[in-house]
Design a protein around this ligand. Sequence first.
Ligand code: FE2
Length: 384
Amino acid sequence: MHLKNAPLIPAHEADLASKWRNVVRRRSFLQGIGIAGAMLPGGKLLAEDNGRKLPKGDVAILRFLAAAELIESDFWQQYNELGGVNGGNPAYILALQNLDGDMPQYISDNTDDEMSHAAFLNAYLMSKGEQPVNLDAFRTLPSSQATGAKQIGRLTNLMKLNVDTSWYTRYRSTQNPDFGATFPQAVNIMNEPAIPVNDADTPPSQPQPVPPATSQQSRMQAIANTAGFHFATFDQAGSSLYTTLSLKVTDPEVLRIVVSILGVEVNHFAVWHDKAGNAVSQPLAGVNDPETGVTFPDLNAAPFGGEAFQTNLIFPEPCEFITPNLPACAVIRPSLKENAGAVATATAVAKSQLFLGQSQAFFDAVIGLAMEADAAQRKHGGEG
Ligand SMILES: [Fe+2]
């Protein structure tokens, strides 16, 4: 179709773009079915729900969240193998500790949390007679070749991440994306690994002084800094996703589950927000990856500085909420389906290249679950 442009697009990006186009086509097809389903007489849909232990929409929400947590667990395990408390790559650990001495502990604990979320959601679904989510067939992506990484198949790819850092400026702004506001990237992180790729690239026993002295030390520090931003990027997305989906839950127990996990995603986000700020403030600021050119500037200095970038403003700035006529409120944002629903979140994650190399079947499975979750509608008492 776009043969003329094809040689200009790196193979992996063209591949990802075409898979996502297929997904979007499939999405329109499935939406057609969804609309037909919604037009069935209400009584029939309700009868269907009454035969279940949980409302259909709640099951769809729990299943998408289980998939999201499995995906999250997969990449956290990769971080944990290399940079956690028992992590196997000493130079990566040192570079992470330049962001905060407690990074290995936080990485291990966050990994445990995500694994507990995935296991709990699937076990809860089964306890209600529903199908759990199993993505094992898609654990096909290669591991890092760096010292410390287990050689097993992965769901996710941390080797060429595009990390959307606009949450950093969004949470420092009084504007809200749910009213159409857009926000600049704080740091431009494109095609950057978040874990060491191999030992020739970043020797596992090298020191990691601040600032880095050699190009291999700079490379490793840029990789660790990317991890720091990726942690926050994913957890702020999770915070908005859980908030958005909670609004569609019917059953009080399912709502308790969704908002209780939500709180932990927000907790993670807040901590990672603080740590990411250390990559872009003194004394660490200024790291440049000699292989990709990705640079972590001092966001407290010109041309940045001011409230939109100041690194210690880690609590959400009050922003427009519900209607601009009401006073500004410090809240999670976005929380509208089009900006933070399951499909919007899955699309953002696909754009980050976290699924680089995954099969069409994987994208179809994820988007299928996402569309079902977004189609969930809260029912009023007694109906569900
Ligand atoms: Fe989680």
